[in-house]
Unconditional design. Structure first.
Length: 295
């Protein structure tokens, strides 16, 4: 029986064209909790940022793996906190600023005092013309929706803990190889994890969503078979390899689809909500829940 549902955020719980999870998704998380199944996220976003994207329900973010493995929470207690050192961030920002076609974008909690939840995208030492040019490609021309609203530009690394950092290459996924080539030429001991169109999470060493998973299991007193993971992209693969009960949403990355135990409906079709509703109704019986989905 499943005792914990872990879920990626962007492209899984929340469609890439939305800012928050749907009402149905929030209700399905609550349904899990009512029947005794715990819920948590495994995401590149920070804990506070996820809370904002779950319509300010902090009770839904008390457990999980956040900031691509740099934060871990278990039932309200933070058991892992590994911010990126400021000197490392400053050096990566310096190299990014010298490039013409990619940006380093840290997302910082609490940078805007009017937003206690959520993070602010901060660009360090960048040229505003370059920033406007690259970010203009990430705005939906029909809706005006942008993944990076309210950006802040600064000259130096802020004196705060930074957990969530990404790199965005101009031209989207077609140029992701160029981003990898440029980045690893300067930082061979860091790693990029491609999680969206033209976007990679930036981490030190081999840190990713999978690295603190054993710590999470031990702290919760669970076995790996007690967990199901909902995923969609390449930055989920390493964790999917550790969790046999991994499901991928339709339309996910090819590698994630191949790794998954089963495919569920897409984020746009509220696939994760459909699954969580079914799992709650089946009391945690994974096979029974999957059998009810219209795929």
């Amino acid at each position: 029986m499943i005792k914990l549902v872990l879920a990626d955020m962007d492209g899984t719980l929340v469609p890439f064209t939305s800012e928050t999870a749907s009402t149905r998704t929030l209700a399905s998380i609550n349904a899990l909790r009512i029947c005794g199944i715990e819920f948590g996220c495994a995401t590149g976003r920070t804990n506070k940022d996820v809370t904002a994207h779950l319509s300010y329900h902090p009770e839904y973010t008390t457990t999980g793996i956040y900031a691509s493995g740099k934060q871990v929470f278990v039932r309200g207690e933070q058991i892992l906190s590994q911010p990126i050192p400021s000197d490392v961030l400053a050096e990566v920002a310096r190299v990014a600023a010298q490039s013409d076609d990619w940006l380093l974008i840290p997302f910082i909690d609490g940078f805007d005092p009017e937003r206690p939840y959520g993070t602010v995208p901060v660009l360090i030492g960048e040229d505003v013309v370059k920033v406007d040019r690259i970010l203009s490609g990430k705005v939906d021309p029909e809706t005006g929706f942008s993944l990076w609203p309210g950006r802040v530009m600064v000259d130096e690394v802020p004196d705060v803990d930074v957990f969530c950092v990404g790199a965005l290459v101009e031209g989207g996924q077609a140029n992701i190889g160029s981003l990898y080539e440029q980045f690893y030429a300067s930082f061979p001991d860091m790693n990029l994890m491609n999680s969206a169109d033209g976007w990679c999470d930036v981490n030190r060493g081999t840190t990713n969503k999978s690295t603190p998973f054993p710590l999470l299991l031990d702290a919760m007193g669970l076995e790996v078979d007690d967990v199901v993971f909902l995923a969609d992209s390449e930055n989920d693969i390493e964790l999917m390899k550790l969790i046999p009960n991994s499901l991928c949403v339709a339309g996910g990355a090819e590698a994630a689809l191949e790794q998954a135990l089963s495919v569920i409906p897409s984020a746009e079709d509220d696939g994760p909500a459909q699954f969580m509703e079914a799992l709650a109704a089946c009391g945690g019986d994974l096979s029974a829940a999957l059998a009810t989905l219209d795929r």
